[in-house]
Design a protein around this ligand. Structure first.
Ligand code: TRP
Length: 347
């Protein structure tokens, strides 16, 4: 069976460190491995509209930011087909027929949707489009026959629901669709990167993000503001590691090379942690190390982003070409899909 990688992001703002460790890093790894037949990265503007239908300009603007972030991170248009979701009308057709295979109760039980519904406080006025976005996500994945999906853990319920639809479709209409599996980050600390406030997951709406495009001075400011251990008042006080965002980020981002480059006094992160717990290591000290490590990772991304931003025509051309290639695949696969559904009348 072919190995087809597909993933995507909602364009509701720039990408942040949570996106980076949650999925972008895996994409870069998979891209470098060359061990796949096809790789797609989709900008999910239609999905973003399901809860931003009152603000289409924000979504349109964010498409630009997201493709810049992708290219800046090193995702390579020679190896990846980038496309815009709304430009593939075949996705809407898939979604329409999938709606027959899913119950309202099942949609309401989807843990990710449930969580989002709580945050949004729609009460009894839930827009149907929003509730159904997992079905449209099943279309994104299956239209391209994707088998491997690099995503964060919050997307696992979406993939589970996708595979349920696949099984139902195949059992009713014959073996047509393929199931997919999630590709999660190797390091569990990256499953759910907290925001700099330490309270919640990093999220634009909570204002606790570090963006991949943040300038050096902004990055420094954000690291210096990070939540640590509120009881670690004097340098000599023993400090706590658990819940201390600086250490969570060090766990997520350090490599032995980066650590040695920016910390001369301790041989490893484990040793630094021990010393901090014992007392005698200040918050400023650990924040400086973290800042340097993050800045080391983000500097090339920031610079590449500026280079690409100088030539937006070229950036749009990449997106246009990818979308056109994806559309060809979509047309071919839709034919097979319609045949299975016995609605291929004039073929
Ligand atoms: N729901 C994903 C997110 O919020 C975006 C997305 C849309 C996606 N379609 C997808 C991810 C298909 C993987 C596969 O980030």
């Amino acid at each position: 069976m072919e190995k087809i990688i597909l993933t995507g992001d909602r364009p509701t703002g720039k990408l942040h460190l949570g996106h980076y460790v949650g999925s972008i890093k895996k994409r870069l790894e998979m891209q470098a491995s060359n061990d796949y037949d096809k790789m797609y990265v989709m900008i999910a503007d239609s999905q973003a509209l399901t809860d931003n239908f009152d603000n289409p300009s924000k979504i349109r603007e964010s498409v630009k930011e997201i493709i810049l972030d992708y290219l800046a991170c090193g995702l390579d248009p020679e190896k990846i087909t980038f496309f815009i979701q709304s430009m593939i009308p075949e996705l809407t057709e898939y979604t329409f027929y999938y709606l027959n295979l899913v119950t309202l109760a099942r949609l309401e039980r989807n843990p990710t949707v449930k969580n989002e519904l709580q945050q949004k406080e729609f009460k009894n006025n839930i827009p149907v489009g929003f509730l159904c976005y997992p079905v449209s996500q099943a279309a994104d994945i299956t239209l391209f026959k994707a088998t491997h999906i690099p995503v964060g853990v919050d997307q696992l319920p979406m993939l589970e629901q996708t595979n349920e639809i696949v099984r139902k479709f195949n059992s009713l209409y014959g073996n047509t669709l393929v199931e997919c599996e999630a590709i999660l980050p190797d390091n569990e600390i990256c499953f759910r990167l907290p925001g700099i406030d330490g309270k919640n997951k990093m999220s634009k709406s909570l204002g606790n993000c570090i963006y991949l495009s943040d300038e050096e001075d902004i990055l420094k400011e954000k690291v210096m503001k990070m939540y640590t251990d509120p009881n670690h008042i004097k340098v000599s006080d023993p400090g706590q590691i658990e819940g201390n965002v600086v250490f969570t980020y060090l766990d997520a981002f350090e490599t032995p090379e980066l650590f040695t480059k920016y910390c001369k006094d301790y041989v490893s992160l484990a040793e630094l942690k021990k010393a901090y717990q014992k007392g005698g290591v200040g918050d400023m000290y650990i924040k400086k190390i973290l800042f340097n490590i993050l800045n080391d990772i983000l500097t090339p991304i920031r610079e590449r982003r500026k280079e690409y931003a100088k030539d937006m025509d070229k950036v749009y051309a990449i997106l246009k070409q990818g979308t056109s290639n994806a559309r060809e695949v979509a047309k071919t696969n839709l034919k097979e899909f319609k045949k299975a559904l016995r609605i291929d009348y004039f073929d």
